[in-house]
Design a protein around this ligand. Structure first.
Ligand code: 5GP
Length: 125
């Protein structure tokens, strides 16, 4: 499957669609999810064109991968999520119900997340 340059996150990266930026550098962008499932719900994406975790893990450089996850941790810490704990989720492909075909992780926290609940469809979240 080829990367779809018209996916919504590609448009956000090109500035064609607004987003609420939490953090940005030359390699990654973090912004608030438009439909937050928890009080803090941030999406972190690489600026490179990767469809999903499978694509990112297979084709991004070790430096890109290291930077991405180091910064994701820093962002979570900067938001204070490390204090109460948080969930990091990525949906990969159809079985996981991935909606946007540009690799992203969800950083979710700010409240107790029900045991066993997933990124989507969380009761009371
Ligand atoms: P997925 O199921 O692909 O892991 O999750 C995609 C996420 O992107 C969803 O949580 C959804 O709310 C979020 N999302 C979809 N469209 C937009 C948008 O235009 N702006 C922002 N900020 N988030 C979006």
């Amino acid at each position: 499957m080829a990367y779809d340059k018209e996916n919504i996150f590609a448009k956000i990266l090109r500035g064609e669609i607004p987003s609420n930026t939490v953090y940005e550098d030359d390699q990654i962008l973090a912004f608030n999810d438009i439909a937050p499932k928890t009080p803090v719900h941030v999406l972190v994406i690489p600026k490179g064109e990767y469809i999903d975790m499978d694509d990112f893990a297979a084709n991004a450089s070790a430096a890109e991968i290291a930077h991405f996850f180091a910064k994701a941790g820093e962002i979570a810490r900067g938001l204070g999520l490390h204090e109460g704990g948080y969930r990091l989720v990525t949906n990969n492909g159809e079985n996981a119900g991935q909606i946007v075909p540009h690799f992203h992780i969800h950083l979710m926290g700010g409240q107790r997340i029900k045991e066993g609940s997933m990124a989507r469809g969380m009761d009371g979240a």
